[in-house]
Each structure stands twice: as structure tokens, then as C-alpha cells.
Design a protein around this ligand. Structure first.
Ligand SMILES: Nc1ncnc2c1ncn2[C@@H]1O[C@H](COP(=O)(O)OP(=O)(O)OP(=O)(O)O)[C@@H](O)[C@H]1O
Ligand code: NI
Length: 268
């Protein structure tokens, strides 16, 4: 469904008045996402995960210089194609709950997302109520302003705005940040459900362990580069099935795995 080929992003910056400098963001990232799968994109802070998400949606800042190809169902993504795809066939769950409009009731915001996705007025109201309900948010929540809902609820509202238009590709940027384990699992179950119903999901997260039960494949990023794409199932036992040495090291270093590595000293 989505193909990214040799995506490189850098940022132009001015040092003082005259000197221009270029700061690397992403380097030569190639990956694809197919219908029916959850691709988890993992990496520590600053790895470039959000940049990747924003590049797909075409919402990078003006000083970003982009090279490479991004194709959605074979069509190159550019400003024109994105205008029709964004919010309709490709949806974003943004990383920060600050992206809710503080001056609008949350139910209205979900309804607007449905309208933007092309649903007629009546259907949009219905779909928005259904999406909120499905995520365990009762009717009172729809009437509330963002400041009056908890962080966990706000996260689910953001997920509802992305789900309501039945986009084919949902990009969720840290959708479980700040959620307790039960709510995090609820959100991840929903994303998995989208994939199981034939959509494609990109799940950006720094929490590999929580994502694994719901992911099909895992793309491991570090310092703006893609270090490998692994099958989620290969993150098991001592990780011998993992192809990238970094992914293997990452897996073996997890606290719960420290005894699972046969024949290796624990502090190696
Ligand atoms: N507008 C910009 N100008 C210059 N550099 C930027 C800009 N936006 C992002 N970067 C840099 O790109 C790198 C990757 O940032 P990104 O937000 O993608 O990281 P991330 O993996 O999403 O991290 P986190 O887990 O903290 O959200 C960072 O080093 C960041 O400073
Ligand atoms: Ni991020």
C-alpha cells in the first residue's frame, strides 16, 4: 500500500546571518507497508520516527529538504495527491494531545474529521458517535472540551479522529504515550483490529515490548537511519532469528531478557 524508497531528509539552518548549514533528519530510509499489517516503527527519542510519519503526510516544516520517493498505491505522494489523500485515505494520530483544539468540544472534532474524510453530515455524526463509543468513551465525553478530559481519554479521542473516516492507512505516532497498561492495550488492540480488517497501520513507538504482541513487523530506527526490518515473531527467546545486530542487541538488553541469553555474560 505504501512504499518508501531512499527517503532522505535534511533541514536547512542559518548559522548567524550568512552561513547556511544542513542538519540531517533521515538518511536513506526504504520500507513498505502492506494492507493487513501493523508495522511498528521503534527507536529512541530523536531517532526520526515522527519525521518519517510527517514526511508521509507531507507536513514537514518549510526548511526540510526531501529526497527519495514515497508512493501510495503506486502513486507518488506530492502536494496535490496528498491534498486528496490526507485525512481521507491516510490518517494521523498525532504524538501530542495538544493537537486537540482547546476551544471545540471533542465530539465536534471527531465529527469534523469524519466530514473531512468525505462523510455526509448525518453519517459523520453517526460515525463519530460510533467511533467514540467503540473506544469506550461515553456520550458525556463528546460534549466535553479537551481540558476537561483526562490524558488517557484525549489519546483515545485522537485515535477516534483517525479511525472515524475509515482511512486505508493509519499512522499512529506514540498513541499509547502516558496511558496506563489497560488503556494502552485497548488502543493497540484497536490498531491491530484495523489491520485485521484490511487496513495498514504504522505504529510509531519507543516501547518495543508493548507493541510486539500487536505488530506484524518492526522497523528499527536509530539516528535517522533504518537499521533493519524484522518480523515481530522473531523478537522471542534469545532473538537468534533477528537479522539486524542492533535489533538483536536491543532485544537482548531488555531487562526481562537478561537471563534468556545462553552462554553470554550478563554485562557483555
Ligand atoms: N524542523 C526541524 N529542524 C531541524 N531539525 C529537526 C526538525 N524537526 C525534527 N528535527 C530533528 O530530527 C530528529 C528526529 O526527530 P523526530 O521528532 O523524528 O524523533 P522521534 O524519533 O519522533 O523522537 P521522539 O520519540 O522523541 O518523538 C531530531 O534530532 C530532531 O531534532
Ligand atoms: Ni516523535
Amino acid at each position: 500500500m505504501l512504499e518508501i524508497e531512499s527517503l532522505t531528509i535534511h533541514f536547512r539552518r542559518y548559522d548567524g546571518l550568512w552561513r547556511r548549514r544542513s542538519v540531517a533528519g533521515l538518511t536513506d530510509v526504504t520500507l513498505d507497508v502492506t494492507a493487513g499489517e501493523v508495522l511498528a516503527v521503534v527507536g529512541s527519542s530523536g531517532a526520526g520516527k515522527s519525521l518519517l510519519a510527517h514526511a508521509i503526510l507531507g507536513i514537514l516544516p518549510r526548511n526540510a529538504v526531501i529526497e527519495g520517493q514515497i508512493r501510495f498505491e503506486g502513486v507518488g505522494l506530492d502536494a496535490a495527491s496528498l491534498r486528496t489523500l490526507r485525512g481521507r485515505r491516510i490518517a494521523l494520530v498525532p504524538q501530542s494531545i495538544a493537537h486537540l483544539d482547546p476551544l471545540a468540544r471533542v465530539g465536534d472534532q471527531v465529527r469534523w474529521a469524519a466530514r473531512r474524510a468525505g462523510l455526509p453530515r448525518g453519517r459523520a455524526a453517526e460515525a463519530s458517535a460510533a467511533a467514540l463509543h467503540e473506544l469506550g468513551l461515553h456520550e458525556g465525553v463528546a460534549e466535553a472540551y479537551p481540558h476537561a478530559v483526562s490524558g488517557g481519554m484525549a489519546r483515545r479521542v485522537l485515535l477516534a479522529t483517525a479511525m472515524v473516516g475509515h482511512a486505508d492507512l493509519v499512522i499512529a505516532d506514540e498513541p499509547t504515550d502516558g496511558l496506563d497498561p489497560a488503556n494502552a492495550a485497548l488502543v493497540l488492540r484497536h490498531l491491530r483490529g484495523l489491520a485485521d480488517s484490511g487496513k495498514a497501520v504504522i505504529l510509531v513507538t519507543h516501547d518495543l515490548v508493548s507493541a510486539l504482541p500487536f505488530a506484524t513487523r518492526v522497523a528499527v530506527m536509530r539516528h535517522g537511519a533504518l537499521l533493519g526490518i524484522e518480523r515481530a515473531d522473531d523478537f522471542s527467546a534469545d532473538g537468534a532469528g533477528l537479522r539486524s545486530p542492533y535489533a538483536r542487541a536491543l532485544w537482548r538488553a531488555l531487562p526481562q531478557n537478561e537471563f534468556a541469553v545462553p552462554g553470554e555474560p550478563r554485562d557483555a
